[in-house]
Design a protein around this ligand. Structure first.
Ligand SMILES: Cc1cc2nc3c(=O)[nH]c(=O)nc-3n(C[C@H](O)[C@H](O)[C@H](O)COP(=O)(O)OP(=O)(O)OC[C@H]3O[C@@H](n4cnc5c(N)ncnc54)[C@H](O)[C@@H]3O)c2cc1C
Length: 164
């Protein structure tokens, strides 16, 4: 196999640029961190691959795609369920499925709600992670209202107390 790099021009109508990311060194370079700077966990159970009494979720966890508040919202229930199961000597039945959600602001007043998990297929071609029967590739004012008015109370009153 020969690897080659060349500049190409590609037409686009939407560009989303992601900077390089890593966990803070205090975590990534600690004993529970990995060579790549994340906390290595089983991506479904969120249990540390080496230390069975260590669990990780949120941005620092070495989980594919799951780097949003919406992912953390699904992950903390898995971690709580599995810590309790582990303490009771039961199998780790609760699994994270890669659920990720990100409101992409496309204009003042419109947002695209990108919602997907590891099993997601392109919209319209089968199973995807959308919570509502609306095409996630379309920008909508209703998601603007969600982003501007609903997410903060949901985070403060729902997520921080583990109810949402
Ligand atoms: C611009 C932007 C917009 C986003 N918009 C969305 C969105 O609309 N929806 C969505 O779902 N997600 C969104 N996200 C992603 C979301 O914010 C993160 O995925 C989420 O906050 C991760 O939560 P966390 O608890 O893992 O980490 P964090 O929220 O980063 O919490 C980590 C905490 O640890 C603290 N900390 C760091 N080092 C130390 C230390 N040495 N000692 C003590 N404390 C320390 C930090 O100050 C921080 O408070 C956005 C992210 C960005 C940057």
């Amino acid at each position: 196999m020969i690897t080659k790099h060349e500049r190409v021009e590609v037409k686009y109508d939407f560009m989303h640029i992601t900077p390089p990311m890593k966990a803070p060194d205090v975590v990534g370079k600690s004993a529970v961190g990995s060579a790549k700077g994340w906390v290595p966990v089983n991506k479904e159970t969120l249990q540390h691959v080496k230390y069975k009494n260590v669990w990780s979720l949120g941005d620092v966890a070495a989980v594919p795609m799951g780097k949003t508040g919406g992912s953390a919202r699904k992950q903390y229930k898995v971690v709580v369920d599995n810590i309790i199961a582990s303490m009771q000597g039961k199998s780790l039945a609760s699994k994270y499925d890669g659920y990720t959600v990100c409101p992409l602001i496309t204009n003042i007043g419109t947002v695209m709600l990108a919602e997907f998990n590891w099993a997601s297929k392109p919209a319209g071609s089968g199973k995807n992670a959308a919570s509502f029967p609306l095409d996630p590739t379309q920008e909508r004012w209703i998601w603007w209202l969600l982003k501007v008015y609903a997410l903060k109370p949901m985070t403060i009153h729902g997520m921080l107390s583990g109810r949402a």
